[in-house]
Design a protein around this ligand. Structure first.
Ligand SMILES: Cc1cc2nc3c(=O)[nH]c(=O)nc-3n(C[C@H](O)[C@H](O)[C@H](O)COP(=O)(O)OP(=O)(O)OC[C@H]3O[C@@H](n4cnc5c(N)ncnc54)[C@H](O)[C@@H]3O)c2cc1C
Length: 412
């Protein structure tokens, strides 16, 4: 599969996948048929581009609705809403992210102290546990930077309940290697598998289920012997209360009347999905893929992230006929603006996660002086407040959210 980190490649992959986004997706999406040179046929594999903001969820949904009815495309559309739901859920409970980081650091420190744990962790991440399916996915993740959703669920379940490793080390392993590594979808999915997201309801991988849904892989069905079949869900003492969302309203041309800089980052690498009402005088690119983990980032994830921002910066510079400069980690931001004589920045909204952790300390003083215009899409603004508890609150509103945001299959 060609994962070139450009908007053009995202649009090509979307067009290629669209015919399958209706009934075919609904009927076959659970099968993990293995990596395929021309791209998997049953799932879109759009997640790396979606994560990087090279393509936006609204335009993907609109393209699906241009080819399929809402009913025929409902399964695919619901999955795209899962991504938005997780973002909105974490945004209302950012302590889940900060506690994850702390728990991960403690678990990494425990590895240093305990040789037995270190050996088990190395066997898991290097694909040497002896559980065939798990080992194949561990290597596939490191080599390709992508895993099928069902494989992620099985992998996380085996990690937690059979290998009995700390879930935060597994989530960290995913973040280091997934091209689509997303603080919300990843952390909350690991918690879901563990039984922490829907309290007391965990996901136990079963060998027969794995064999059934991996039968289409080039080497045939994957074996998974010796899986735990009666493990208890994980528990935790804290209850994460919901904090009020304070989301920015739509950006108007009056907000951007003076010359401004557009700050592109790891989760918003392209200007097109942002639909800005005015043109920036400067483009700034702040790539921070290394901020996702204290450990080394995998080659596929690293090159997708840096490539996405490089292509986004180059295309924005051309589109707006303005300079583009890199804002490197550790450098102050204010001098870049001062040099260009620019006061304001348009900032694609930074949701809870490592991109925010890495960039916000430099941006906060500017925001305090009213120099930051946050840009958030209508679909996120409308959906996030509904991500209060389970997915159902979002699921039942999908039809009206699409209509409210003008996503009807006629955008392009
Ligand atoms: C343990 C675990 C960790 C995960 N970590 C991530 C992550 O770091 N980043 C990430 O983007 N997704 C994550 N997911 C969700 C999901 O596995 C991927 O989004 C999906 O596999 C991406 O492949 P695709 O683009 O072919 O999906 P498709 O099936 O084609 O779906 C289309 C789009 O919908 C969204 N989507 C689909 N399924 C889910 C889901 N279950 N949850 C949230 N969004 C979904 C994605 O944006 C995806 O690109 C994780 C799931 C699990 C179980």
């Amino acid at each position: 599969m060609d994962f070139t980190p450009t908007r053009a490649r995202a649009l090509t992959r979307l067009t290629q996948f669209l015919p399958a986004a209706g009934r075919r997706y609904a009927e076959t999406r659970n099968a993990d048929d293995g990596p395929h040179e021309g791209g998997r046929g049953n799932v879109s594999q759009l997640s790396p581009w979606l994560h990087a903001g090279l393509i936006g969820a609204p335009e993907v949904l609109d393209a699906v609705l241009a080819q399929h009815s809402l009913r025929a495309g409902e399964k695919f559309i619901a999955e795209v809403f899962w991504r938005i739901y997780f973002k909105g859920y974490l945004e209302q409970r950012p302590a889940i992210w900060s506690d994850y980081r702390k728990g991960r650091d403690d678990a990494l420190a425990a590895l240093e102290r305990n040789a037995g744990l270190r050996t088990a962790y190395a066997a898991a991440t290097e694909g040497r546990t002896g559980i065939e399916a798990f080992d194949v996915w561990a290597r596939e993740l490191v080599e390709t930077g992508y895993l099928h959703n069902h494989a992620r669920m099985w992998f996380a379940s085996i990690w937690i309940f059979t290998l009995r490793l700390d879930w935060r080390l597994g989530a960290d392993f995913f973040l280091r290697h997934l091209m689509d590594a997303d603080a919300a979808s990843n952390t909350l999915s690991w918690r879901w598998v563990a039984g922490l997201h829907t309290k007391g309801k965990h996901y136990l991988a079963r060998a027969d289920n794995i064999a059934r849904y991996t039968a289409g892989r080039p080497g045939g069905a994957l074996a998974a012997e010796g899986l735990a079949d009666d493990a208890e869900p994980l528990g935790e003492p804290q209850d994460y209360g919901r904090q009020r969302l304070d989301l920015p309203g739509p950006v108007t041309s009056a907000d951007l009347a003076e010359p401004f800089a557009l700050l592109l980052h790891d989760e918003a690498a392209h200007h097109a999905p942002l639909a800005l009402p005015a043109s920036p005088a400067l483009v700034i690119g702040g790539a921070r893929p290394e901020a996702r983990s204290p450990g080394a980032i995998g080659t596929a994830a690293q090159s997708f992230a840096t490539g996405a921002l490089a292509s986004g910066m180059a295309e924005a510079a051309t589109a707006f006929a303005c300079p583009a400069v890199a804002w490197r980690a550790g450098e102050p931001l204010a001098p870049l603006l001062a040099e260009a004589g620019i006061h304001r920045i348009a900032l694609p909204y930074l949701p809870a996660g490592w991109t925010r952790d890495a960039l916000w300390p430099e941006i906060a003083p500017l925001a305090a002086k009213g120099r930051v215009v946050a840009v958030l899409g209508d679909l996120d603004r409308a959906t996030w407040p509904l991500a209060k508890a389970g997915f159902f609150g979002v699921a039942k509103a999908i039809d009206s959210l699409l209509a409210e945001c003008g996503i009807t299959g006629t955008m392009r």
